[in-house]
Every structure is written in C-alpha cells, then in structure tokens.
Design a protein around this ligand. Structure first.
Ligand code: ADP
Length: 478
C-alpha cells in the first residue's frame, strides 16, 4: 500500500502537469515560444504540481498508517498516535473526524469485550451444567460444570454420546427443530446414581456460533435424598411408636378379657406395660429434642459452659445404671477453661455418649471420660475448628463397632443391632442428637472403634476464652 501511494505520486504529477506541458509544447511548435522557454515552463509546471501534491500524499499516507495501526491495536491497547502537524487541504476536520471515530470504535469494542467477558464468567461459574446444541443436535459449547460432569472435549459430539435417555433426546430433537422447550427428569448411572432435571429450550434466533437450543441440567440428587430421608424418618418414627403401642393395646385387651381375674398376670403385664410406655415417652422426648435442636442448629450458642461441672453431674446421674452392670465411670478432668456452649445441651451430648458406653460396654469394665486441650498440630478434628479447642473423649471396652457402620452411626434410627438397642432401652436417636448439638456448637465428633476392644467417641468444642496454655502448645507444635 505504502509503495503504491509512492508510485502514484509521480504518475499524478505527470498527469496533472500534462495539459500545461502540452500547451507549452504546442506554443513552441507553432513558433510562439522559444523551445528553451517552453522547456523551462514545463519544468516549472512539474515542480509546481509536485509542490502542491506532495503534502496531500504525505497526509493521506499518514492517515493510512494511522488507520492501519488502529486495525492492529487490541481493545485494551492505548490508541495509536494520531497524524501530527497540520494538513494543508483536508485538515483539521478530516483528522479530527478520523481520530474521533477511532476513539468511539475503541470504546464500543471495550464495552463489547467487557460484556462478552462478563457473560463468559457467568457461564463458567454457573454451578449447573449448560450445553449449547446446533441444528444437528451436536454440542457447540459446554460450560465447565458440563465438562466436569461428562468429561472434557464435548465440542462437535452428538448429544447421544453423553446422554442416552430417550425422552431427553426426543426433547432435544424437538428443541433444535424449533419446537417448544421441555423439562425432562432422568437418572445418570455412574459410580453414584445421580438424578437430574433437564430443560431444553430453543433460541428465538440462532446464535452466530450455530447454537439453536440450550440444554441446562439441575442436580436433584440432594433434594431427592432429603425427600427420601424425610419419608424414611416419618416411617421409622411411626414404626418405633407403633411397636410399643401395639404391645400396650394387646395387654389392655388381655387384661380386660382372659386375664381379668388373674392377679398374678395383671401384675406381670403392668410391669411390661410400664416399660413400653416409658419407651414411648423416651422416643417422644428424643424426637422433640431432635426437632428443637435442628431448628436452632443455624444459631450457634453464645454462652459458656464448664466442662468439669457438666461431666461430673452427668457421670453422677449414670452411676447407678453403670453399677448395675458392674461398670465404673472414671473421670479424668484437668482444670480446663469453659467452652462455648449451652450447659443443658452439652449435658445431653455427654449423657447420650456415656449412657451408650455403659449400655454397650462389657460388664465389669471401665468407662473413661477424659478431657484435654486438643493440639491442632497433631489432631485434624481440632484443626478443622480453627480455634483453641477442648477434646472430651468417652472410652468403653465393649464389643466395638465394625468399620462399615461408622459413617452411618449418627443417622436417625441407625443401629447396628436393632433388637439389642431396643432391649437396652435405646431409641436409635441418641447419636443423631449428639451430632446436631455438636454441629450447633461448631464442634466436631469423631468415633474410633475396634471390634472386640471397644470404642472412643470424642467431642471437640471451641474454648470460650483465650487460654495461656495454648501458647505453649502452639510453640511445641512448631
Ligand atoms: P441407641 O438408642 O440405639 O443407643 P444411638 O443413636 O445412641 O442409639 O446409637 C446408635 C447405634 O450405634 C446403637 O444402636 C449402637 O448399635 C451403636 N453404638 C452407639 N454407641 C456405641 C458404643 N459405645 N459401643 C458400641 N456401639 C455403639
């Protein structure tokens, strides 16, 4: 381009000088002008035309270079320097118009790029998988959530290569053909089965990249699981209440009928009926506790509680029951600062844990309740709390808990041996209550158990106030 312009200058000079040169030549030929004067005149015309054209060509060349530089500048690059100096004929209006247009173009480009970046960020951060389809049902684009669900490299693949549900595929076919959008629910069978709701909608106008329909997926697994758990819970609770209730109804009928006159049977039945009523009362108490704690779980306690006082009082309350099984409850409680918490709720936590240790511990054994400051350097549970923490462990020497049961132990009504738990007066809700109270206290619960040797349940609770002993501990931890 540059050279073309340069080449054009002599041509333009020759063309514009030609009429004058011809006229002078004509005059010389007719003898009206001496040949030397005619030549001098032609030279003068050429020089004058060159002098007039040269600045224009230079100006146009400067503008051309400026526009060229604008073309290659990125949206965020500074604008190239506009042509400097005054233009002889077209300036200053042309220069100003070109520079103004360049600025406007740059501003629009920045706005456009900002909008595109914003949209890309939204798309990349959308937690729900999103897939764009072309007319042939091929994947034009997929956001990172979709790529991590189906594995990377989805571009250009037919939807059927990642989703085979027939209802979903026919909904996708309808959407890419411009028919209405649809919602389809389906399950993805993998290591863990996941349930999804898929929405396929056609675009009102196809996008430049060929997208004609969008498929968005919403993971329903957690919601469905919660629904199932709620239904299971109601079924379990009803069943737990139904069993003692049926037994009570049965005994009442017997007492009113066949055993009406049998004093000895009446005495025996009343004992059983009392046990069954107590079992129902315990169950109702635990259900109420659980629902109260769950409602409060999102508001952490603000008070402080003394571990020593709480543990001593709970242990005293369980002494008789323990002694009946030949079990000794031993307390190892150093002088610890108070923890953040509500005394009554913490008492319920240790009541349930020590009661379980007594229930499931071996007869004629020990249950050890020990409190200490937890060392975050060596204790992952203390580290998770990220605050100075006390750890209270309840150790029994019972049968222990097989490893496979440990993850589900705090689920409501989950028991290793339901008959044994019932026989020992358990409701199956004790550890669920413990877990929710500990959660509310922003603490941690860990269970270590070895079959045949016993179990250790440890509760970690944040301390209510700074404790000097911790500095020593942190120093030791390095
Ligand atoms: P339960 O009322 O049945 O004791 P929990 O919720 O307190 O209910 O405990 C759930 C189950 O966990 C119990 O049924 C029992 O199988 C098991 N479990 C709890 N604590 C212990 C323990 N210290 N030793 C052995 N098993 C235990």
């Amino acid at each position: 381009m540059k050279s073309t312009l340069r080449r054009r200058l002599p041509v333009a000079v020759i063309l514009l000088s030609a009429p004058g040169a011809l006229a002078l030549g004509g005059l010389a030929a007719l003898g009206h002008l001496a040949a030397e004067w005619a030549l001098a005149g032609v030279a003068l015309v050429v020089v004058a035309v060159f002098a007039i054209l040269y600045p224009h060509f230079t100006h146009v060349e400067a503008l051309r270079r400026y526009i060229e530089a604008l073309r290659s500048a990125g949206a965020s690059d500074p604008l190239p320097k506009p042509p400097s100096g005054r233009s002889p004929v077209l300036a200053p209006e042309l220069d100003e118009t070109v520079v103004e247009t360049a600025r406007e173009r740059q501003r629009r480009r920045r706005e456009l790029e900002a909008a595109i970046t914003g949209n890309e960020t939204i798309l990349s951060n959308l937690p729900d998988p999103l897939i764009m389809l072309d007319r042939g049902r091929r994947i034009v684009r997929a956001n990172p959530a979709a790529e991590s669900l189906f594995g990377g490299n989805l571009m250009g693949r037919d939807l059927i290569s990642i989703l085979r549900n027939p209802n979903l595929l026919s909904a996708a076919d309808a959407a890419v053909a411009g028919e209405g959008g649809q919602v389809v629910e389906f399950a993805l069978h993998g290591e863990i089965e996941r349930e999804f709701s898929a929405r396929v909608v056609p675009l009102t106008t196809p996008a430049l990249d060929g997208t004609v329909a969008i498929l968005s997926l919403h993971d329903l697994t957690a919601a469905r699981q919660a629904e199932r758990m709620r239904a299971d819970f109601v079924a379990n609770a009803s069943h737990e209440l139904r069993t003692p209730l049926s037994s009570l109804i049965g005994f009442i009928e017997t007492l009113r009928g066949p055993a009406r006159e049998d004093g000895e049977a009446q005495e025996r039945f009343l004992v059983i009926m009392h046990d069954q009523s107590m079992r129902m009362a315990r169950l109702v108490d635990d259900l109420l506790s659980l629902s109260r704690i769950e409602m409060q779980e999102h508001t952490p306690p603000t008070g402080s509680a003394s571990l020593q006082r709480t543990l001593e009082s709970v242990a005293r309350g369980l002494e008789l029951k323990a002694r009946a099984r030949g079990i000794r409850i031993e307390l190892s409680l150093p002088d610890l600062p108070p923890v953040v918490g509500e005394q009554d709720e913490l008492a319920q936590v240790f009541q349930n844990l020590i009661d379980n240790a007594v229930k499931y511990g071996r007869t004629d054994s020990r249950v050890v309740v020990a409190a200490r400051l937890a060392d975050p350097a060596s204790d992952p549970a203390a580290r998770r709390i990220a605050r100075p923490t006390a750890a209270i462990s309840v150790t029994d020497s019972g049968d222990g808990i097989p490893r496979e049961h440990l993850p589900r132990l705090t689920e409501r009504f989950y028991r290793i041996n339901t008959a044994r738990s019932r026989e020992l007066g358990g409701t199956g809700l004790g550890l669920a209550i413990v877990k929710h109270i500990v959660n509310r206290h922003r603490g941690q619960l860990t269970v270590d158990s070895e079959t045949g040797r016993g179990s250790v349940f440890t509760v970690y609770l944040p301390l209510a106030e700074p404790y000097e002993g911790l500095d020593d501990m942190a120093r030791k931890a390095g």
